[in-house]
Write a protein that binds this ligand. Structure first.
Ligand SMILES: Nc1ncnc2c1ncn2[C@@H]1O[C@H](COP(=O)(O)OP(=O)(O)OP(=O)(O)O)[C@@H](O)[C@H]1O
Ligand SMILES: [Mg+2]
Length: 371
């Protein structure tokens, strides 16, 4: 039997199966029911239900026309799709084994020919470039005629943060041109750098990180269906390690469950640790014990042989430090110091020195004031 990922097996299929995200779901539900179908931007961190919600929304909105009038395109996949592959003709693809050609291969073959034809109309004989292919991939679905009695189509653009300024401009025109027949759902991790002209044409819906209570509920539900026992501290460790990402929480539970026995805190640590999390944990402990030399050696190893970037190390230090029971004064001092170092790393030439300075000050924190 094919191994099944629990995050796929237990993917919500109806609104009722969602945990949390009430505001987002209520909004989507009411658009689907009232058939007021605006363009949408769904944004939020990984594993918070954006893709699943977009699918349920499209199913509810399109009903029987879902199979013909719904499409998902991943912007990054198309941007990195090779021109040589796109050049293959459908007839050549048809000769390949099913496992060697995907739906995207077939779609991109049509897109390439359409893009080439539209260049020819403009008197150009060259091949389309990647951004022209992307533009064509979007407008091909948006512009094609739909099933007669249900004219509405929904196009989901996953990883829309990979659209650059020019692509967003082109998308804005495409959205306007075909807005009578096609609604866009743009999915992105954050709204930073978004073109306000696009955002103002869409309803923006936020998917915040899944709360600890909801992560626990999702995990308990799956554990009882799969007959897995999670110890209370194991549950806490799963919630902590997943950081509001339901996919990560479920995947981690599944990995832990392949070992014999209950899911314990140690087991979760064993499976969730990376060289970065482990290294930073020991580094901070050493720095707190004033063992600067050991802390500095670990830092060097992380940045050189493990090849983590100074920013990755800094982010992990922040995550690790806030978990420590340092007391008010020390914690305040340390947070202040981290923000200073974070700033210096962006301004200075050698981030290694600033990280080392941070380690030195961790070993030299002021005593906590009496409460
Ligand atoms: N609110 C939720 N309730 C229950 N399960 C959830 C929820 N959010 C996510 N999941 C679980 O996490 C998996 C991943 O969700 P989804 O693919 O929708 O995340 P996403 O927000 O699109 O993440 P990414 O940004 O990484 O694409 C789902 O298959 C489901 O198992
Ligand atoms: Mg997704």
């Amino acid at each position: 039997m094919e191994p099944v990922l629990w995050s796929i097996k237990y993917r919500p299929k109806t609104w009722e199966e969602f945990y949390g995200q009430e505001q987002a779901i209520n909004q989507l539900k009411s658009y689907a029911e009232s058939r007021t179908i605006p363009h949408l931007i769904l944004y939020g961190p990984a594993g918070t239900g954006k893709t699943v919600a977009a699918q349920i929304y499209a199913k509810k909105t399109l009903g029987d026309a879902f199979n013909s009038n719904f499409k998902t395109l991943n912007v990054r996949d198309i941007r990195s799709y090779s021109i040589a592959k796109a050049k293959r003709k459908i007839s050549a693809l048809a000769k390949l084994d099913r496992s060697k050609r995907s739906e995207l291969d077939e779609y991109m073959s049509v897109v390439f020919r359409e893009a080439k034809a539209s260049l020819k109309v403009k008197g150009q004989t060259r091949n389309p470039n990647r951004s022209q292919l992307l533009h064509q991939a979007i407008s091909l679905f948006a512009s094609t005629i739909t099933v007669a009695d249900d004219p509405l189509k929904i196009l989901v653009l996953e990883e829309s943060d990979a659209l650059d300024k020019n692509m967003l401009q082109a998308l804005r025109r495409t959205m306007e041109r075909y807005s009578g027949v096609c609604r866009f759902v743009l999915v992105t991790p954050s709204l930073a750098g978004w073109n306000p002209a696009i955002a103002s044409r869409c309803v923006v819906i936020r998917f915040p990180a899944i709360s600890a209570e909801h992560t626990e509920a999702i995990l308990s539900d799956i554990a009882s269906k799969e007959g897995v026992d999670i110890e209370p501290l194991g549950m806490k460790a799963l919630v902590r390690a997943s950081g509001g990402d339901a996919r990560r929480a479920i995947d981690l539970l599944q990995i832990c469950a392949t070992d014999e026995g209950n899911v314990t805190e140690d087991l979760v640590h064993t499976h969730s640790d990376t060289p970065l999390t482990k290294g930073v944990r020991t580094m901070i402990s050493s720095a707190l014990k004033n063992d600067f030399v050991k802390a500095r050696d670990i830092l060097r190893r992380l940045l050189t042989s493990e090849q983590y970037s100074p920013t990755q190390v800094m982010v992990q230090i922040q995550r690790e430090v806030v978990k420590r029971p340092l007391g008010d004064t020390k914690m305040r001092h340390l947070i202040d110091r981290m923000s200073e170092i974070d700033y210096r790393m962006t301004q200075g030439k050698n981030p290694h020195i600033h990280l080392m300075a941070l380690l030195a000050s961790i070993g030299n924190l002021p005593e906590n004031e009496a409460q």
